[in-house]
Ligand binder design. Structure first.
Ligand code: TXA
Ligand code: MG
Length: 347
């Protein structure tokens, strides 16, 4: 079943969708970050269907979405002062907090057997309505086949997942475009396990300290124990090989990209900035404009649909312009590094 929220979703239809969730079915719904593929978090069998639909490794736990702050205590326990502050400041919003799991409430499959649980309160009104009407917490990873870019619009998602779920709710393009910032507090310091729209700077401002986990920017080595299982898995990747190029100096960056275009005899796609377009020597149809360097919100918002578009061109290589690692640039570079499987050149 397909529901276009703007055009016709009524309270009656909302009830139908929420009943599906309560009855153990899968529903794709928008949040402000990316679309989620959700199931009743209390229902182990329903949650199992998510792993099958996505082809997701069973050691990768899910985020549990609740409607309001009071609901967090239903699934988590021993919440510390620092965690409380983070909840107060960043929820609802594009922010996920790893908390101690309350024993005996959520089935093990949701948390991949860990004694912690990832909790998020989305701000998006459709997500809010679905969670509230369903009356259960909703376990939901991003709506995409495991290892592929996250779904941020219905066209992309339908191609991959429509036949595997009972309902798809179309809320238009998602607002942020990148998955939520995932944070775990360790020894009273918030540690960013996955950067997102909520930046390290904002967290530092609130708590007075912040750390970025080392695996946000470096490849996990064989057998290494990681803070978040998602770090180990291949992610955000098109099928075409991608290379990431960055320099503080725009001219150097453009020079290096042009050099590579020549090397691959023009059989490339360039994902680049509006202001660089005139200097990058690739045919018009092979330049995908991500907007201005001064508006990273736009880059973030479109990043996954752009990667899919670039992949469809089936070039030999996708060359991507990098950004400075600060503010939203932390999250963008984290995703791009993984997209490029760490094929990164800084000049
Ligand atoms: O914006 C988002 O976060 C979206 C929307 C749908 O809410 N969801 C999302 O879920 O991106 P997913 O499953 O694609 O990513 C969740 C990440 C994974 O990297 C997972 O390993 C990590 O959160 N995670 C979940 N539970 C965890 C836990 N208990 N400890 C550490 N990491 C955890
Ligand atoms: Mg995901």
């Amino acid at each position: 079943m397909y529901y276009n929220w703007e055009e016709k979703t009524s309270t009656e239809e909302l009830k139908v969708v929420c009943n599906l969730i309560k009855n153990g079915e899968l529903v794709i719904f928008p949040t402000e970050t990316v679309y989620g593929i959700g199931a009743n978090a209390f229902d182990a069998e329903a949650v199992g269907k998510i792993f099958i639909a996505k082809g997701r490794p069973s050691d990768n736990p899910l985020i549990v979405h609740v409607g309001k702050k009071a609901d967090i205590e239903e699934i988590a326990t021993d919440i510390t002062k620092v965690e409380e502050k983070l909840i107060e400041r960043f929820m609802p919003g594009p922010f996920t907090l790893i908390l101690k799991k309350k024993p005996g409430v959520l089935p093990d499959i949701v948390t991949a057997g860990l004694d912690t649980v990832a909790v998020r309160i989305p701000k998006n009104l459709i997500a809010q309505a679905i969670i509230t009407f369903s009356g259960v917490p909703i376990a939901a990873p991003s709506a995409n086949i495991s290892g592929r870019p996250s779904g941020t619009n219905i066209e992309d998602i339908k191609q991959e997942l429509e036949t595997k779920v009972s309902a798809v709710i179309d809320g238009g393009n998602t607002e942020v475009g990148l998955e939520s910032t995932v944070v775990k507090v360790v020894d009273e310091v918030p540690v960013i396990l996955r950067p997102g729209k909520v930046t390290p700077e904002e967290i530092r401002k609130e708590i007075g300290a912040v750390r970025i986990d080392k695996n946000v920017f470096s490849k996990v080595s064989e057998g290494e124990v990681v803070a978040s299982p998602g770090m180990k898995h291949r992610h955000y990747a098109p099928k075409t090989k991608c290379q990431l190029i960055y320099s503080k100096d725009d001219q150097d960056q453009i020079f290096e990209i042009n050099k590579r275009i020549k090397k691959y005899r023009g059989d490339v796609v360039v994902i680049g900035f509006t202001e660089h377009k005139k200097d990058i020597v690739v045919s018009e149809s092979r330049f995908i404009d991500v907007g201005s360097k001064d508006n990273l919100d736009e880059f973030a918002k479109n990043i996954y649909s752009i990667l899919r578009r670039a992949d469809h061109i089936k070039a030999q290589i996708i060359l991507i312009e990098g950004v400075e690692i600060s503010g939203l640039g932390v999250a963008i570079m984290n995703r791009l590094l993984r997209t490029c499987e760490y094929d990164y050149t800084e000049i």
